[in-house]
Design a protein around this ligand. Sequence first.
Ligand SMILES: Cc1ncc(COP(=O)(O)O)c(C=O)c1O
Length: 375
Amino acid sequence: MKYPIVKPFLPPLNNYTAHIASVFERNWLTNNGPCLQKLEQQLAGYFNVEHLLLVANGTLALQVAFAALNIDTNESGCVLTTPFSFAATASSLCFANLTPEFIDIDPETYNIDIAKASEAQLNKATAILGVHVFGNPCDVAGIERAAKQHNLKVIYDAAHAFASDIKNTDNDMTITSVLHKGDVATLSLHATKLFHSVEGGAIVFKHKADYLKAKQLINFGFDAQQYPEFVGINAKMSEVHAAMGLSVFEHLDHITSWRQQLSKRYTERLKAINTVQLQVWHCDGNNNGAYMPVVFESQTLLLKVQAALTEVGVQTRRYFFPSLSQVPAYGMRGDTPLANSLSERILCLPMFTDLTLDGVDEICDHLMTVLKANT
Ligand SMILES: Cc1ncc(COP(=O)(O)O)c(C=O)c1O
């Protein structure tokens, strides 16, 4: 494919091997090693957060977050979440024996619309699991309000939200990472993400006690005497992965600024096409350039476009399809017509740091040609 949907960012090889050489010298391959500690410090500084923990992937990040916060849905409770997300959002709940109840989305931002949760749903919920879809900050103010009123924990699956900032409208209007929102926020550092460590994840906690509990949870629940104080898991990030994170971190300014330019160019070009819709970004947020979704009038049109783009070397991905509320394995609780419709009509276009502005133009030209022939 001339234009794959995503291409992992690779730092110069000698950059990575320098970090790996230090790992070999120390022969300290995992268990809270120096590369991991350095990467945790760098990321905590970058996001300006106090309690950040690196883990093996973004799915375990969610599961550890649920356990650290003692989220429980017992027999009749539930966690309110969005049906428009990647499988991991719902599957991590089910895997932890928690019950997802799907709340419909805002059709413009694609994020959970907590105003659509009924009083009955809010009353039986123990937590809200929002997703900053494609990096677009959720309605964090509305979610916070609902959570306060109903005494709910707030977890954000921020897998896509590296470098997503939002204005602190409630106090001083300063800009902060969206990871500051909620009781806990989780990131995926998978190879396809804007910032990555091949496989990896991070968890940002509001409260130190939750962070300390999670630090133990990711290492089998061991206390300082290596005694398993409670049931834990192995969710540790290795030195080899942390070394990749450190190498990619050196290029972060370039990655974020270039992807913002790519997304600006895509938006300028696609805005001119009146048969596609674009995601409406949170009014107090900035587009982090993580993904480039476009929405078509119908699934039939989407399938034609996808086939035609594949023929000219442009790979696209139906992200996210199907709606999670239509997957029997996730319990299918909740009525979500807007998310179901969006899932059928949304396609992500190629987006990766190596993409050029000419590449974006070529992809948009192809898309316009295909649409002209089919509408
Ligand atoms: C919204 C969302 N949550 C969670 C995950 C899981 O992350 P990981 O692949 O690192 O386990 C992903 C992965 O893409 C995701 O898109």
